[in-house]
Design a protein around this ligand. Structure first.
Ligand SMILES: Nc1ncnc2c1ncn2[C@@H]1O[C@H](COP(=O)(O)OP(=O)(O)O)[C@@H](O)[C@H]1O
Ligand SMILES: [Mg+2]
Length: 252
């Protein structure tokens, strides 16, 4: 059985960092194989994971719709698309990475999209864990009707606006009828040991379930500056210990 964890939240709150730290945790616990999915068109999950990426699902979609002649004669279109997805899947140490790239434009090439989606669902089943780093909105998930998310992790910083954005995403997931089993809130980059009581109150008021807090960790910023992979963060750093505790709570 595959467990899918989707990470969402307002831009800049730490979704990509949290996704990377979750992958670090799973790798260290030997909870593999892992599929990392970069579902944010402007994201850099590959940088955080320290891997090079050449192409994306969006790129394959664009190539094939612009240049149908690229399909070798006699080869069925779906077999060709499967092959292309295999090609863009980056195989790293203990995990694979799939980059979604640009979303489908308004001129929907449904046939191509349907094959790609079907194939991605089949692909995901080969892994024990799927970690998806999402863009702020969740609309891209709604196009994947069969998709089930076991844990939706809403990441916020300590600003009330980001917490309200998390609540909106939770509502949106419900409106879009996404199949989400459980939704949790993570407050990231917390400068103090505890959350401000006013924020705690706001979280309760918005009916969000707080999974835990991740401290502000200077080492994360240094790694980011050096464009290093998040795996360089020491295991005894506050942020990694916090993520380890949160992951333990999920009882995967
Ligand atoms: N716990 C943390 N402590 C310190 N810096 C952090 C922490 N989490 C994220 N950051 C930094 O905050 C910035 C935004 O994080 P990022 O993960 O890219 O956010 P998002 O993916 O939500 O846009 C980055 O510079 C990142 O290094
Ligand atoms: Mg990001």
């Amino acid at each position: 059985m595959t467990s899918t964890i989707a990470v969402a939240g307002k831009g800049g709150t730490g979704k990509t960092t949290v996704s990377g730290l979750i992958i670090k945790y799973l790798l260290e616990k030997k909870m593999t194989p892992i599929l990392a999915v970069d579902a944010d068109a402007n994201s850099n999950l590959n940088e955080v994971l320290g891997v090079e990426v050449e192409n994306s699902i969006g790129g394959v979609r664009e190539d094939i719709t612009k240049n149908v002649g690229s399909i070798p004669p006699g080869m069925p279109k779906d077999a060709y698309l499967e092959l292309k997805v295999q090609e863009i899947l980056v195989e790293a140490n203990g995990f694979d990475l799939l980059v979604m790239g640009r979303p489908e434009g308004p001129g929907c090439y449904c046939y191509v999209n349907n094959i790609l989606r079907k194939y991605m669902d089949i692909l995901a089943k080969n892994y024990r864990y799927v970690i998806m780093d999402n863009e702020a909105g969740m609309e891209h998930l709604s196009r994947r009707t069969t998709y089930e998310v076991d844990h939706l992790l809403l990441v916020s910083d300590t600003s009330p606006r980001a917490i309200r954005a998390a609540a909106k995403i939770k509502d949106l997931a419900r409106e879009l009828e996404l199949k989400v089993k459980k939704t949790h809130l993570i407050i990231n980059r917390v400068p103090d040991i505890e959350l401000n009581p006013v924020l705690k109150h706001e979280i309760e008021r918005l009916n969000l379930e707080l999974l835990g807090i991740v401290p502000l960790d200077e080492r994360i910023l240094e790694i980011d500056l050096e464009k290093g992979p998040i795996f360089e963060l020491p295991d005894d750093s506050g942020a990694f210990r916090a993520i380890s505790n949160l992951m333990g709570e999920l009882k995967l």
